[in-house]
Design a protein around this ligand. Structure first.
Ligand SMILES: Nc1ncnc2c1ncn2[C@@H]1O[C@H](COP(=O)(O)OP(=O)(O)OP(=O)(O)O)[C@@H](O)[C@H]1O
Length: 858
């Protein structure tokens, strides 16, 4: 260190305080990165790595990005989960004695991004703090810095609940204590892939008392929230007075969806494409404002539990649905409303420009219009929404009087403030304007006096105002008055004493007016800050209106129906899957009924592969979710029950819990459902047990069905390929068989996608394989094997009687397992061994093969 140049020493000192961030070190018009930061950034940003003299023998690695385009590079790093510390020169280099002072003015992290170019318009950008308390509870505090929203949840159901909660929100960064047990820290990284940051300070900063009214009687909430605020403050290093009061998320007020369900049901993101396309959000999102589309996502993630709140939303949707003309007008008006929530955030953060304020003004000017349209709807609740919308007339007036209609992007170059807003500014402007007029007149006068028609008066930054005369005309200039300033190839430039004098007046006035405009702009921004809470309330109401009109529009386009809520019974006539019905060709979706009356808890669904079992199950969950967020639902008629929790085990289980096998994940998901479901919950289990050997699978599947039937009582849809299970209908009174119909036609299977009562007669697996174009002789061979099984196996695959106790059931299966495995697998082993071509295998392939064969024998 001792031998480094003073600047590198300064760099190293600052870097030592920001070890976990890329340090963007301002040098003139560039941000430079040094040492390891430079090597890594050059790779990540694909920019050239150079070297710089450091005062030592070895040069140090360096790379840099221009100040003006830095935000593009910062965005790349942030998107990759890194943090960037912005280190600026904090004194004028001209006035600096020795090395210019530098300080980190902000640390940009994935969870604290404020720049609109770095934010996804339709998504919230949450940062969360996670705190663990000795009583076993956890506190999650969320903040979206761009909108100022703060929410807090107390979790007392253990670590899994924390993971599910965090997974269900678009969280970019989690702030924890360094002492959080390592196993938890690892799971956060492995299962959620979020940026982890540390903040150990949980003492409360009195400056933020106004945010804590709702939480200040619970020390745990206060500590959790303080951890979050302390982190935000120490990274952002500025006022956070746009933050909103912390709201407690009462988890028991919302339908609980675990992370498996959110993913399996493709609520906001499709599994395959990992984007919005193909998700429920994609279908329901006909919002016109960015705030509305963010709100919709939140609603989908947290469906309601209270019937009155649900009916309130439905009433408004219904009134929007009936008033087509007014709804269209409403949509038109909403189109002119910009992102008030984020504008308010940026006002507080100090990074709005005059153009943003014009957007703000235009948006606010729409409010009276929106109010007026809302009062035209019949429904009383719609009128109440209108009443809640308060027009901020003072703010509109201020913006109208002060900001020019077409201001530049920069706030430091003038042309922002309207004439008449400020007297002194008007005087400067007059001086400059009159001076310019005087110059125009001088040009005319000089032309006439010298008789040089090409004479002109111009201006440049170096020489100021000048009189330009072409060389050919120089002889016409009178002696004495003109002082030569600059010689060009074809012309000479002169000044006169009176021109100099006027120039000074003009320039002074211009400079002063630009400085004053900047000051006035900052003043206006301060005044707007006082209106931030009002803007936030407006944003909330506007986004609610937007989501509800979106529901109405989608319900109209897709012919949805208003659900009716019953306590015990669930019956849906001609229900459809909202997404599948849109994506399958030619509108050929086959609607189906679902009935789960008071006496039925479990529907056991059989039917061939590809017949539509999973679609049918997801359809039910999606209809319930749509109903509980206050939207109409895809059905002819829907009598719904309000569910408290939904659990699913559907589709391909991918590796959420890292390092676990598919079967293990399946069991974890099932376990999660069985442990947490109540009699008001919905469980969807799709082909549970298929990931293991047939008998294990059947045994597990049956035991799970029995357990739900006897202990959980949750409404359950259970699809299976194990036809043996259909016999359970006789022993479990609240279980009913249903099946998805398929028919055989000329040796091929035809899927009818119709759900009927009773069990399926056949599984058609081989027919489906045929559809997938497997080789003909393979299909023939499979058919022969199947026939053999069917002749020999009727005794062996008889259903296991559920009345007997579980232990004897499993013992019985073990016995049955043995002969079957031996008789079918031993000959296969010899055949398989003879087929192996060792010469074409890598050692690892050979080892795997050996392992597989050994498993067969076992
Ligand atoms: N009601 C329906 N109307 C029309 N097409 C449907 C219907 N239900 C499902 N399908 C179509 O059938 C395809 C297969 O459906 P799904 O995946 O639900 O079958 P499955 O019985 O669960 O199959 P598997 O047992 O192989 O998992 C879907 O992708 C969809 O295109």
């Amino acid at each position: 260190m001792a031998k480094h140049t003073p600047m590198i020493k300064q760099y190293l000192k600052i870097k030592a305080e920001h070890k976990d961030s890329f340090l963007f070190f301002r040098l003139g018009d560039f941000y430079e990165l040094f040492f390891d930061d430079a090597i890594k950034a050059a790779q990540e940003l694909e920019i050239t790595l150079t070297k710089r003299d450091s005062g030592q023998k070895e040069e140090i690695p360096m790379c840099g990005v221009p100040y003006h385009s830095a935000s593009n590079y910062i965005k790349i790093l942030i998107d990759k989960g890194y943090k960037v510390a912005i280190c600026e020169q904090t004194e004028d280099p001209k006035k600096a004695k020795g090395i210019v002072k530098r300080e980190v003015i902000q640390v940009i992290t994935p969870g604290t991004v404020m720049e609109s170019t770095m934010l996804e318009e339709h998504d919230n950008n949450y940062i969360a703090s996670l705190s663990h308390f000795p009583d076993g509870t956890f506190v999650l505090a969320y903040n979206d810095l761009s909108t100022g929203e703060n929410r807090i949840a107390l979790l007392n159901n253990g670590w899994e609940q924390v993971i599910h909660e965090l997974y269900n929100q678009p969280i970019k960064e989690v702030v924890i204590a360094t002492a959080l047990p390592k196993k938890y820290q690892e799971q956060l990284k492995d299962r959620l892939h979020v940026t982890i940051s540390y903040e150990d300070k949980v003492n409360f900063n009195a400056e933020y008392r106004f945010l804590c009214e709702n939480i200040n009687n619970d020390e745990r909430l206060m500590k959790g929230f303080s951890r979050l605020l302390n982190y935000i403050q120490h990274t952002q290093k500025r006022s956070l007075n746009h933050l909103q009061q912390a709201k407690i998320i009462e988890l028991n007020q919302y339908l609980s969806l675990d992370m498996y369900s959110k993913r399996n049901l493709e609520l906001t993101e499709s599994i395959l494409r990992k984007g919005k396309h193909g998700s429920l959000l994609w279908i329901l999102d006909k919002t016109v404002t960015a705030m509305g589309s963010r709100q919709l996502k939140k609603w989908i993630e947290r469906p309601l539990l209270h019937q009155t709140s649900i009916e309130n939303r439905l009433d408004i949707v219904e009134s929007f649905l009936k008033g087509f003309m007014q709804r269209e007008q409403l949509r038109e008006s909403l189109k002119s409303v910009y992102d008030l929530e984020r504008l308010a955030g940026r006002v507080a953060f100090g990074n709005v420009n005059a153009r943003d304020l014009i957007q703000l003004k235009n948006s606010l000017q729409q409010i009276p219009n929106i109010k007026q349209i809302l009062t035209q709807f019949e429904e009383e609740k719609t009128k109440q929404l209108a009443e809640q919308l308060q027009v901020p007339n003072h703010l509109i007036d201020l913006l109208e009087k002060s900001i020019k209609d077409d201001p530049p992007v920069s706030i430091k170059e003038g042309s922002l403030i309207k004439d008449g807003y400020h007297k002194t500014l008007d005087t400067y402007r007059d001086a400059s304007h009159n001076g310019k007029k005087w110059i125009a007149e001088l040009e005319k006068k000089e032309k006439e006096e010298t008789n040089i028609r090409s004479l002109k008066i111009g201006y440049n930054r170096v020489f100021g105002y000048y009189i330009e005369v072409t060389k050919a005309n120089l002889h016409l200039l009178p002696e004495g008055r003109y002082e030569r300033k600059q010689t060009l190839t074809n012309a000479e430039r002169f000044v006169t004493p009176e021109l100099k004098e006027k120039e000074q007046l003009i320039l002074e006035a211009e400079e002063k007016s630009i400085d004053l405009e900047y000051e006035l702009f900052l003043g206006i921004r301060e005044k707007i800050k006082e209106h931030i809470p009002q803007l936030q309330v407006l944003a909330e109401i506007i986004s609610t209106i937007d989501v509800l009109q979106s529901f109405a529009l989608v319900s109209e386009i897709n012919h949805y129906t208003r659900p009716v809520f019953h306590q015990q019974e669930l019956s849906i006539k001609d229900g459809r899957h909202p997404v599948v019905e849109q994506v399958i060709k030619d509108g050929s979706y086959v609607p189906n009924d679902i009935n789960l009356d008071e006496d039925t808890d479990i529907l056991l669904i059989t039917g061939p592969n590809m017949s539509g079992k999973s679609t049918y199950m997801r359809q039910l969950a999606l209809i319930i979710i749509m109903g509980q967020i206050g939207c109409f639902v895809p059905a002819e008629k829907a009598h719904l029950k309000i569910f408290d929790k939904i659990f699913t085990r559907i589709g391909a289980a991918d590796d959420l819990v890292s390092g676990q096998s598919t079967f293990m994940v399946e069991m974890l998901e099932a376990n999660h459902a069985l442990k947490n479901a109540t009699e008001n919950s919905l469980i969807l289990l799709d082909e549970i047990g298929r990931g293991t050997s047939t008998y294990d699978g059947i045994a597990l599947a049956q035991a799970i069905v029995e357990y739900i039937h006897d202990y959980v009582y949750a409404k359950t849809l259970f699809s299976t390929h194990y036809h043996e299970l259909t016999a359970l209908e006789t022993s479990l009174p609240r279980l009913k068989n249903i099946h998805v119909r398929a028919e055989e036609y000329e040796g091929n299977v035809v899927f009818l996608h119709q759900v009927k009562e009773g069990a399926a007669d056949k599984s058609y697996g081989i027919h489906v394989a045929k559809l997938a174009n497997l080789p003909g002789n393979l299909i023939e061979r499979a058919t022969t094997i199947l026939n053999k099984f069917e002749q020999a196996g009727t005794n062996e695959t008889e259903t296991m009687k559920s009345e007997s106790n579980q232990l004897s059931l499993f013992e019985e299966q073990k016995e049955k397992n043995k002969p079957m495995k031996k008789s079918t697998q031993q000959p296969d082993l010899a055949h398989e061994l003879s087929q192996i071509n060792l010469l074409e295998m890598t050692p690892i392939d050979a080892l795997n093969e050996l392992y597989r064969l050994q498993k067969l024998i076992k």
